[in-house]
Design a protein. Structure first.
Length: 226
């Protein structure tokens, strides 16, 4: 298994994490490799639902639907799967609460990353300014073409500023989902935001829906507390 690591998450004591490539394996392999009891994941549905992993039954429920998991229990981890969509990992500066979010264009439009920050503050009293967020390998501006229908939704909600959307002509646009995610996190008050460089379509070390088509597997990104 090979992993891409974040600078800001690596500096937090007691936090383990990794953004996976094609060989990232399943949650059981990840748990064993990083000294975790279990790693939870959800049946992702391109929505905005976030689940708290306080109940260990969640770790046995592969059919539970949602696109974000929050965990504050030592010895456990949470994961998000992606194959062009944006994985986002979170941890507070003290290493007490973590989260993993899957953000496709629908989840990004719905502000799922900001919702994770809101719910963490509501549940654990950790303000956004103490949270660190890392935007993982995903499809970048160079490769993510959308139609006017999708572009108009983002323009209507977020406005034209920020350098996240460029018109190609003929009703086609290039959308920078990682940049949009960063804008959402910054507006929500995240204490630090880091974006990792690889484009999953350009780099064949990653699974890519846009490159390989329907039925392509996903790589997992995870974060846990020791």
């Amino acid at each position: 298994m090979s992993w891409i690591k974040s600078r800001i998450l690596s500096s937090i004591p007691g936090v383990v994490h990794g953004f996976g490539r094609r060989d990232s394996g399943d949650t059981e392999r990840i748990a064993g490799a990083f000294g975790l009891k279990r790693v939870a994941r959800l049946k992702q549905v391109h929505g905005c639902r976030i689940v708290f992993a306080d109940d260990e039954e969640i770790f046995d429920s592969a059919a539970l639907e949602g696109d974000g998991l929050v965990n504050a229990s030592r010895g456990f981890g949470v994961a998000a799967a992606a194959a062009d969509c944006v994985p986002v990992l979170f941890a507070d500066e003290g290493g007490t609460v973590t989260a993993a979010v899957h953000a496709g264009w629908r989840g990004t439009l719905a502000g799922i990353s900001a919702e994770a920050l809101r719910l963490i503050e509501e549940r654990y009293g950790v303000p956004p300014g103490r949270m660190r967020a890392v935007i993982g390998p995903s499809i970048k501006l160079c490769c993510y073409e959308v139609g006017e229908d999708v572009a108009s939704l983002f323009l209507g909600k977020f406005g034209p500023d920020g350098g996240y959307l460029y018109e190609k002509g003929g009703g086609k646009y290039m959308l920078d989902l990682p940049r949009m995610t960063g804008i959402i996190l910054e507006r929500a008050g995240a204490g630090a935001v880091e974006t990792l460089a690889p484009c999953t379509k350009c780099d064949d070390g990653f699974y890519s829906y846009r490159r390989e088509g329907k039925g392509v597997p996903s790589q997992l990104s995870f974060i846990g507390l020791l």
